[in-house]
Design a protein around this ligand. Structure first.
Ligand SMILES: Cc1cc2nc3c(=O)[nH]c(=O)nc-3n(C[C@H](O)[C@H](O)[C@H](O)COP(=O)(O)O)c2cc1C
Length: 325
């Protein structure tokens, strides 16, 4: 269970930073893995409005921090928390640039008809402060957030906002801030922590375990907190597998193979499903282990990949029924 926190204020130790850090600390206490990104410190070029992503599915800008940093994190996140001060009824420019660059993710959903595998259960949440007390202070932000979260396939789960917070340190003194954060974390994080943590493992983490992990998220993300990894991870996922999953409406973009060690250093799975990781398959005492005997589709024609894909889908459906009953 991973929470991405986007810190939108240029002030490094201001109200927004306190707000987000306190939220993430409370989530970590519940067992969540978190990462805070100081957005103004990132190299994020503004959207050019060129329309390339609507034709190709990817942003034409490839050399800043979106491609290898922000997009993969947005994909990995179970919850995206955007924390921001109000600047002229919206977010500061750096966070707005990040949001605008999510037009390429919007294109993948609405032009290419594919979804983030976690779409059904991914949440978006807003933390915000502003100096004035105007009734409409957060209206612009709420509208922007609604469309941002839609573009990243997250369901807008609400916000905590405070007026009359101006100087650094003001929010710390707010009488209900800690309780409000605790309540939000209990509502958002605890249900996701109660899912069964399942690690799908194969050798290179390019085909079988990727498909199994994505189907588990896509079909049973309310019951399964899915991870996938390989005993000797390759550099990139298999493009034929990506194509076969796109046929199912599942978008595998921005996923990278990871090692089994990397995953189990962060999370202790309740179950490991192995699919040919050989002798390097992990053994964790008290973790249930099952083996699925699928042939490796790497290097084979797409028809073979489709067949393995469909068999994995059926297995995941059966597994979801088994763990819920
Ligand atoms: C460029 C700029 C624009 C701002 N615009 C607004 C605004 O439209 N409405 C408002 O209530 N506060 C506005 N503020 C005040 C900030 O929202 C407020 O000081 C906030 O507490 C700053 O949060 P931080 O400490 O996380 O940076 C603005 C501040 C700056 C620097």
């Amino acid at each position: 269970m991973f929470i991405l926190g986007l810190q939108g204020s240029p002030r490094k130790k201001g109200n927004t930073d306190f707000f987000l850090s306190t939220f993430l600390a409370a989530a970590e206490k519940q067992g969540a893995e978190t990462e805070k990104v100081y957005v103004p410190g990132k190299n994020i070029q503004p959207c050019k409005g060129c329309g390339y992503c609507e034709k190709k599915g990817f942003c034409i800008i490839q050399d800043d921090d979106m491609k290898s940093g922000i997009y993969p994190l947005l994909r990995k996140a179970d919850i995206v928390v955007a924390a921001t001060p109000i600047y002229f009824y919206n977010t500061p420019a750096q966070l707005k640039a990040l949001i605008d660059r999510c037009q390429s993710l919007w294109s993948r959903i609405y032009r290419f008809n594919v979804k983030d595998p976690g779409a059904a259960h991914k949440l978006g949440y807003i933390l915000s402060v502003g100096a004035t007390k105007g009734r409409n202070l957060f209206d612009g932000l709420h509208l922007t957030a609604k469309y941002f979260f839609d573009a990243v396939n997250a369901n807008y789960a609400g916000s905590i906002t405070y007026r009359q917070i101006e100087n650094s340190g003001d929010l710390k003194k707010h009488p209900s801030v800690l309780k409000d954060i605790e309540d939000a974390v209990a509502r958002l994080v605890i249900p996701l922590m109660n899912r069964k943590k399942i690690l799908f493992a194969c050798r290179e983490n390019t085909c079988r375990s990727q498909m199994a992990g994505a189907f588990a998220q896509f079909l049973a993300g309310d019951k399964i907190d899915a991870y996938c990894a390989g005993s000797s991870p390759a550099d990139q996922i298999n493009p034929v597998m990506e194509e076969a999953m796109m046929e199912k409406g599942i978008d595998m973009a921005f996923r990278k193979p990871v090692s089994i060690d990397n995953v189990i250093s962060k999370v202790t799975p309740d179950m490991i499903v192995t699919m040919g990781c050989g002798e390097a398959c992990p053994f964790i005492p008290e973790t249930e282990k099952i083996d699925w005997d699928f042939p490796d589709p790497a290097g084979k024609p797409i028809e073979f990949m489709r067949q393995v894909r469909d068999e994995i889908e059926q297995k995941i459906k059966a597994l979801a029924i088994k763990i819920s009953g």
